[in-house]
Ligand binder design. Structure first.
Ligand code: ISL
Length: 516
């Protein structure tokens, strides 16, 4: 049974489950909570410590769950509250933690709050959302653009003659966090799920929740960009501090407050950690968008560790999620994704794996008639292949087509194969769990030939295991000499481990973890 320990996330690797695409227990072509529960033994075998669930709340699914119509219920497509409670208990039975998505910036337009707000400027619920009169020409109140398509972030409510703000789809109206009832009720949502046992929250686009009182036009240099990346000013920080107090409750540092800070300015990203009184962790999307290039990664790692080090803050590392092309697709090959797993799982900070990453999945090619996501993100959301058949064990009318090569790139095909991507991940996770130096050791970049990234992790006084670990990654398609210290190899892309790493040469796409 999981004992809540202060700041458990600092020692954890978190696995993201996208529930629609994880495991379908009832054969309707859509994954569900009972399906997730049935695969927990597999996740435990893999060696992850926590599961983050993308939204399972009741939702009309305009944005596949990121549009919530009831914050205190489970959508019937996924199960019910009893199934949720069983899942929480089953996760805890395996000494893992469960993190839930928390969508605070907006609700569904079908949420009772928005239904009540619509149409009447007099309704007390009106203030839960953000309304403005039209511009003098009758158009939207400012020049903000919504996500997913270059259209205004405003929709006219004809019956009241006012526009409402939505940084995402028109079906996702933005909440007004300057309304005390929104703050109170959204705090209650956190308590509701903590009372059911969840161990933390991944807070969706949480940097957007505060809004400046005067919603002025975006400056020229930002005008064409979606408004969801803007810094919304001090209001957000005030809200984050308030939410953190709710999450801390009487047992500070036991429940994770992780923010999807989808911004591309490092200082802005770090600002949401406050003085240790806002988010515990902020996703580092600058790393997600770093291309497969040794010099680019060298500067990304240096900048992240420097900025986080100055604040004594704990970084996060993530390479993929349900919004972006998978790294095997993005970086151009499974061999690179295999090296990227070494990069990800040997960092200081909390690493996140997205379901299927451990198999080296490629994005599915989704033909136009099967495309369902308004943001064009179907490819990376293709259902997880469990068995070695062309649909990966899913029924014929699965909600999205399978990823390519499900017959070979599946859990069944890889589980017994010691050379597989799955076995590679399992070894890296086991290594991270067994070596304190990999979790909490210092990080230092080392000189390396062009195209190679080389770094050292060091722990002055480890509780167990070696004090110093060296990692070297060849980003190129050529052999790299003088690229790694000879020493005992603990893990790698090309050799499972053992005393093989005596040479200083890396093969193309090779990554190695050694005791120098
Ligand atoms: O998906 C993106 C671009 O295609 C991102 O800009 C994304 O919209 C952004 O990272 C916010 O994502 C989160 O909130 C969205 C939801 O659609 C995403 O799935 C979620 O991860 C709105 O709730």
């Amino acid at each position: 049974m999981t004992e809540l320990t202060a700041q458990w996330w600092r020692d954890a690797v978190v696995y993201q489950v996208y529930p629609r695409s994880f495991c379908d227990s009832d054969g309707d072509g859509i994954g569900d909570l009972a399906g997730i529960e049935s695969k927990l033994d597999h996740l435990q075998w893999l060696g992850v410590d926590a599961v983050w669930l993308s939204p399972v709340y009741r939702s009309p699914m305009a944005d596949f769950g990121y549009d919530i119509s009831d914050h205190c219920d489970v959508d019937p497509v996924f199960g019910d509250l009893a199934a949720f409670d069983r899942l929480v208990a089953a996760v805890h039975d395996r000494d893992m933690f469960l993190v839930m998505d928390y969508v605070a910036n907006h609700t569904s337009d079908q949420h009772p709050w928005f239904r009540a707000a619509l149409g009447s400027a007099e309704s007390p619920d009106r203030r839960r959302y953000i309304w403005r009169d039209p511009a003098p020409d009758g158009g939207p109140p400012n020049n903000w653009i919504r996500a997913f398509s270059p259209e205004p972030a405003w929709t006219l409510d004809e019956s009241s003659g006012q526009y409402y703000l939505h940084l995402f789809l028109p079906e996702q109206p933005d909440l007004n966090w300057s309304d005390p009832r929104v703050r109170r009720d959204m705090g209650e949502v956190l308590r509701f799920w903590m009372d059911r046992g969840v161990d933390g929250f991944r807070a969706d686009v949480i940097h957007c929740i505060g809004k400046p009182e005067h919603l002025e036009d975006a400056p020229q240099d930002l005008a064409g960009l979606p408004a969801c990346i803007f810094d919304q000013g001090p209001g957000t920080h005030e809200c984050l501090r308030e939410l953190r107090r709710v999450i801390d409750g009487d047992s500070p540092e036991e429940h994770l407050f992780l923010g999807e800070t989808a911004v591309f300015d490092r200082r802005q990203q770090l600002s949401y950690l406050g003085d240790g009184d806002e988010l515990h962790l902020a996703f580092n999307f600058l790393a997600v968008h770093t291309r497969w290039d040794a010099a680019a990664w060298r500067s990304e790692l240096a900048a992240t560790y420097e900025a986080y080090g100055e604040l004594d803050a704990w970084p996060t590392w993530v390479l993929s999620n349900h919004d972006i092309p998978r790294q095997a697709t993005r970086f151009g090959s499974v061999a690179r994704a295999r090296a990227a797993a070494v990069l990800l799982l040997t960092q200081r900070g909390t690493p996140f794996l997205y379901q299927g990453e451990e198999l080296g999945l490629l994005d599915a090619e989704v033909p136009p008639h099967r495309q369902v996501d308004p943001g064009g993100r179907d490819g990376c959301r293709a259902p997880m292949p469990w068995s070695a058949d062309e649909r990966g064990g899913w029924v014929p009318d699965m909600w999205l087509p399978p990823p390519p090569s499900a017959a070979t790139v599946s859990v069944e095909a890889q589980r017994g194969d010691d050379g597989s991507m799955l076995a590679h991940h399992r070894r890296l996770l086991e290594l991270r769990r067994s070596l304190p130096v990999l979790r909490s050791g210092d990080f230092e970049l080392l000189d390396a030939p062009e195209g190679v990234l080389r770094y050292r992790r060091h722990l002055p006084d480890p509780a167990a295991g070696p004090h110093t670990i060296e990692v070297a990654i060849n980003f190129t398609a050529s052999v790299a000499r003088d690229a790694v210290s000879p020493g005992e190899q603990l893990a790698g892309t090309h050799h499972a481990g053992g005393p093989s790493g005596i040479s200083d040469t890396l093969l193309p796409d090779e990554a190695r973890v050694v005791v120098p």
